[in-house]
Design a protein around this ligand. Sequence first.
Ligand SMILES: [Zn+2]
Ligand SMILES: [Zn+2]
Length: 267
Amino acid sequence: MGASVTVLASGSRGNSALIASAKTRILVDAGVSCREVTRRLRVSGDDPSSLDAILITHEHSDHVAGLRVLANKYQIPVFMTGATHQAWKREARDSKGEPCSLDKLEVFHAGHSFEVGDISITPFTIPHDAVDPVGFTLRVEGVKVSFATDLGYIPASVKHHLRSSDVLLIESNHDLEMLRNGPYPWVVKQRVMSRVGHLSNEALAQFFIADYDGSAAYVILAHLSEQNNHPELAHREAERALQSHASLLQNRVVLATQPEPLAPIRL
Ligand SMILES: [Zn+2]
Ligand SMILES: [Zn+2]
């Protein structure tokens, strides 16, 4: 068996994905409850007791809501930056409302690669309003899988990390017009649109047209806003941008969803 990528949940109500080699299974973020992660893993034929690590991108609750219960219940090592851990710890409470901690913590630094089993991981800094947010590239069974959600824009350093990805999971958060005319209070709209907010369909399309190398067999559009986006809009915008390059016709565009896991992508 080769590499597989399974998006378990994606969106502002919780994010989690499984990346697996024949030997190693890694969860990126645990933003839905332990019970929900477990249910979704089982839907895709997996089980939390087989997880080797949980990687955390940043401390926002849609990325860590199920973390402590899941990690401690199954004694899974959690990898996060020191600053993210401090921010997480300040807010973390157990079921009785008491401060709590992770049984197995491993600290990493953005820009420094590390390994879990036979998967090599490189965390990189992304522009977002968290203390030390990161995206990840993972090398698994000779395949490069990249994660970049929760970023206000795509700086040159991130473009560099995303090069030659075989699977590219990237944010397509909102349609600018829908966000502007939508129900959010103005301060929230400003936050989402800012350089440390979330990536719009339009900004992603611009990346595809101007900077993307077309390497990915699968492009997964992720972290779609339920209020300020439509799956069809995000899909159409991405397809249109990708089709502007004849060389990119091989890219398959997949939409990650909030309520149910996607079928595993096998490479
Ligand atoms: Zn966030
Ligand atoms: Zn998020």
